[in-house]
Design a protein. Sequence first.
Length: 204
Amino acid sequence: MSDTPKFEVIDRRKMKAEEEKGHGLEKPLEREAVPSEASAGPRLVTPEKPSEPLPKNDVGAPEQDVLGEMPPAPTAEESRQQKTAYDASAQRIEDLVRAQNPGMGATPPVGFEHLVQQLYLSAMIQMGAGTQEGQRPRVDIMGARQTIDLLGVLAEKTKGNLTEVEDRTLQTVLFDVRMAFLELTNMISMQGMQAPPPPPPKKR
């Protein structure tokens, strides 16, 4: 038997009744305070508990075995009803926000470029971009790698199904974040290879 971890898909349709009871939101996690002192190099951020690897299916497991462990897919009618309810709920929220901000225009529809931009920004922030002046960059290098790999998966899975503009945007962004990752990891490697500074001379 393989030691590869399995993942469980939760059927949210069974959780609908509980969600409608209006459970309170959990208390947000407290984030570590960002040090204010300047530093010559980025600061690697390591989680308190090592993150578990992304779940993978057994390489030799037949797809039917994997499908057998998943809940049944929603029917076309269930998907249609859910989409209608979602659109109506989203419109109510937008109407409320616009009522409090009369000058705000209609929210543009979300497109493929928004997904690519979101992943791009996430990767760059994880690599320390956007750090305020005078503060030490906080780098989540492993998180950045996963985000960049997500862009790679997106490029692979959408191959042949994008417009020329969408494909060029995705390829340009993927090249940019990979290049930034290379430069950052080279910098980290060079800092790790440098000898520690000599101890200060003892006072006589």
